[in-house]
Design a protein around this ligand. Structure first.
Ligand code: FES
Ligand SMILES: [Fe+2]
Length: 396
């Protein structure tokens, strides 16, 4: 593994995006690297688990397994949101599964009953058990933060608060009314490729030329996409629309009347590291929830949401159908390329590293993030991680 870390360091230490390279192929299949990523990126960082509308009213709950840990997001009677372990404190049965409405969480094994805030309310026939204290047997709370309607969790409780680290994103997001978007379709995808292959694919429009040549390329050409300078915890890029097209549903319309004209002409793409990916337009958003399953393997939940203006439109159901069909068809086009890339890196036959185009600057930023968080390059104070080689906007 020290060999791999040395190769990785060579990529992550590149300070000039014009010289950027890919990671070494072994980085996408190494069990040792995956162990490190789990501890330093996934447990120590922030991961998106759901939208607040998936736990909309008092009594709502939503289960999710994150890195093998059974969790449940709840909204208690007072409307407060909690993220709890859903492993019973008695003998570790799941106290609940799936999603729905409940006034309490009752373990189906021996019927211990917990409140939606995790408190143990009752445990049958445990009165005469010496030293048993209900207060010591609550469901552990997992640290969470709600950001623009997305529920994020930090499993090890050590991460810096999320919102301040995303502060520079706010200027991009203003006017969209992001908090008011609503999830209208969620699909699960078994993906035989590494989480980094997914982020690599998501954060560049260079490949509109290939897999998306018959869908996106004409209206949203690769060459018109452009990237902004990212930050310690995120990368951002713009998919600009060719002016020969009108602003039209379901992606660019209907949107908030407060959006500026140029915002109606683009889709914003950003990734909050390690792997919260979102594509945002006036009429829609979709985000990809990555559930890592091991090196070279993820489950992806593709969550498609409509904007408040789209939801209020009289043709809302037609718009919804067009949107869901459109997003899924485009995602389907990425499936083959991602799977093929993983097959190649798994073959062990890939030598050296590839060179990146200027449109792939967010990949370089991801590798810089990896380098900092895996301890491969010296971290610089927040906001100054560019070693003086500050890449301003490129590609415009
Ligand atoms: S395992 Fe939950 S009550 Fe026994
Ligand atoms: Fe794509």
């Amino acid at each position: 593994v020290s060999d791999l870390l040395d190769q990785l360091r060579a990529t992550c230490a590149i300070t000039d995006p014009a010289r950027a390279t890919t990671l070494p192929a072994a980085a996408y299949r190494s069990p040792e690297l995956y162990e490190l990523e789990q501890a330093r990126l996934f447990h120590a960082g922030w991961q998106g688990v759901c939208r607040v509308e998936q736990v909309a009213s008092p009594g709502s709950y939503y289960s999710i397994d994150l890195l093998g840990r059974p969790l449940v997001v709840t909204r208690d009677r007072d409307g407060a949101l909690h993220v709890l372990s859903r492993t019973c404190r008695h003998r570790w049965m799941d106290v609940v599964s799936g999603a729905g409405q409940a006034s309490t969480l009752q373990c189906p094994y021996h019927l211990w009953t917990y409140g939606l805030d995790g408190e143990l309310l009752g445990a049958p026939l445990m009165n005469d058990v010496e030293g048993f204290d209900r207060r010591e047997n609550c469901l552990p709370r997992i640290r969470h933060e709600v950001w623009h309607g997305f529920v994020f969790v930090n499993l090890d409780g050590t991460a810096e608060p999320l919102a301040p680290r995303l502060a520079r994103l706010e200027t991009y997001l203003e006017n969209y009314d992001l908090d008011g978007y609503r999830s209208v379709d969620v699909t699960n995808w078994d993906c035989p490729w590494d989480w980094k292959i997914m982020v690599d694919n998501f954060m560049e429009c260079y490949h509109h030329l290939g897999p998306h040549r018959n869908s996106l390329e004409d209206e949203f050409p690769a060459a018109m996409s452009w990237t902004d300078k990212g930050d310690d915890l995120f990368s951002i890029m713009h998919i600009a629309q060719d002016q020969k097209y009108d602003v039209r549903p379901p992606f660019l319309s209907p949107g908030s009347p407060r959006l500026r004209p140029e915002q109606y002409r683009e889709i914003l793409i950003f990734t909050v590291y390690p792997h919260f990916m979102i594509s945002l337009g006036p009429g829609f958003l979709y985000w990809m929830k990555v559930l890592p399953q091991g090196p070279g393997k993820i489950v992806l939940q593709l969550d498609i949401c409509m904007s408040p203006a789209a939801l209020a439109h009289p043709d809302r159901d037609i718009l919804r159908r067009e949107l869901v069909d459109g997003v899924i068809a485009i995602h389907q086009e990425d499936v083959d390329v991602c799977a093929a890339v993983q097959r190649a890196v798994d073959s062990g036959a890939v030598d050296g590293v590839g060179r990146l185009s200027r449109l792939e600057q967010p990949l370089w930023e991801l590798y810089r993030y990896l380098g900092r968080h895996l301890g491969l390059v010296t971290p610089h104070p927040a906001g100054t991680d560019r070693d003086g080689s500050s890449p301003a906007e490129v590609g415009r």
